[in-house]
Design a protein around this ligand. Structure first.
Ligand code: MN
Length: 162
């Protein structure tokens, strides 16, 4: 599949392109690999800002963007996420809570906590996500967990609606 970005080429400066909300030298990719097709998601792109597998870094820096009416996969895993919202508005499902999210809000996604990023709006919803380089694979929720989350999401859509 090749490199996600230009780090191997020695590029160190990735200026931001305001008009297109992306970084010069960073090629947007599909959100998930083909083997992750069991996950349900819609309208998400991945911009890998830092993934230095051969370098000393123990973390990765990614920007994800959720298109209007899109959502990331509903998942949980042992590794944590540090998430900084950079663009637009959305909802973040986190465990048994749903939070409104806007630019510069910060989220800590703990271990083994179900999470999903949802864009009900008309503008792109984007966030920076920092993870360990070495990490476990995301897992889908059990049918029981899924049922609980779905009722939570349905009620939050009403209460967070403007
Ligand atoms: Mn995750």
């Amino acid at each position: 599949m090749g490199s996600d970005h230009s780090l191997e080429s020695g590029q160190r400066y990735f200026p931001f392109d305001d008009a297109n909300f992306r970084w010069h030298g960073i090629q947007p990719r599909e959100y998930k690999d083909k083997e992750s097709d069991s996950f349900n998601w819609r309208g998400v792109t991945r911009h890998t800002l830092l993934k230095q597998s051969n370098g000393p870094a123990a973390f990765e820096v990614r920007y994800f963007e959720v298109a209007p009416q899109g959502y990331s996969s509903l998942e949980k895993h042992e590794h944590i996420h540090a998430v900084l919202i950079l663009r637009g508005k959305g909802r973040v499902l986190l465990g048994d809570s749903v939070y409104p999210a806007k630019a510069m809000d910060f989220f800590y996604i703990p271990s083994e906590t179900a999470h999903q990023f949802i864009n009900d709006g008309t503008e792109p919803f984007g966030f920076l996500c920092i993870v360990n380089l070495q990490r476990d694979r995301p897992r889908p929720l059990s049918p029981n967990e899924l049922a609980a989350v779905q009722s939570l999401l349905a009620s939050s859509q009403d209460s967070l609606a403007e």
